[in-house]
Write a protein of this length. Structure first.
Length: 202
């Protein structure tokens, strides 16, 4: 699949991993690590413009990202929550970015075919917000038009990015997916163990 220079992916990986009790991005997953698996998934979908937002334990994560050849940006205010990491990542994107995926750094079960399906829908109708949809539920990563970046950078809604995007419900579209991984994040040790064994309910 050819590289898409008009699309980007922002991966927030700056937060504390309190509930997990370990540093989630560097935990083993599928013969590699969580973050490396996510990066591979994005690249397989043809997206080469990637920004990983680092914060907590950045000194451990940065050498891995450098080895992978993936640009990273530091969110000095990572303790303020994920929205600040989204803003940090977006500030670093090229001006010509037409749309970006937002894929948290603790969701390694998402399949590259899911991203490719969203890209195909974007090419058919390049606007708004596209959400992958599995068995009646929206998941990650949304594909968000670059036209929303100034609004995202311009404020800090109490409900975070979810609240901001909800204002644009008329611009949102759901893309059906057979990928249960769009709903699976690794918050706790139980989540992690279930994900390693391929449990779609994890």
């Amino acid at each position: 699949m050819g590289a898409r220079l008009d699309l980007a992916a922002v991966i927030p990986a700056a937060g504390y991993s309190h509930r997990m009790g370990d540093f989630k991005p560097l935990m083993p997953f599928a013969s590699t690590t969580v973050i490396e698996h996510i990066l591979s998934t994005i690249r397989e979908a043809g997206v080469d413009t990637i920004r990983v937002v680092v914060g907590w334990k950045a000194e451990r994560l940065i050498p891995v990202l450098d080895r992978c050849g993936v640009p990273w940006v530091v969110n000095e205010g990572f303790a303020e929550g994920m929205y600040s990491s989204v803003q940090t990542g977006l500030r670093s994107l090229p001006a010509e970015t037409a749309a970006f995926f937002l894929l948290p750094g603790d969701m390694p079960r998402v399949q590259s075919a899911t991203l490719a399906r969203l890209i195909a829908e974007w090419d058919r109708q390049p606007s708004g917000i596209l959400y992958p949809h599995y068995e009646g539920r929206r998941g990650h990563p949304p594909l968000i038009a670059g036209s929303y970046i100034p609004e995202i950078l311009g404020e800090r809604p109490r409900g975070g990015l979810r609240e901001l995007l909800a204002r644009h419900v008329r611009d949102a579209h759901e893309v059906e997916s057979a990928d249960p991984g769009i709903l699976v994040d690794l918050d706790t040790p139980d989540d992690y163990r279930a994900s390693l064994h391929g449990d779609p309910s994890a």
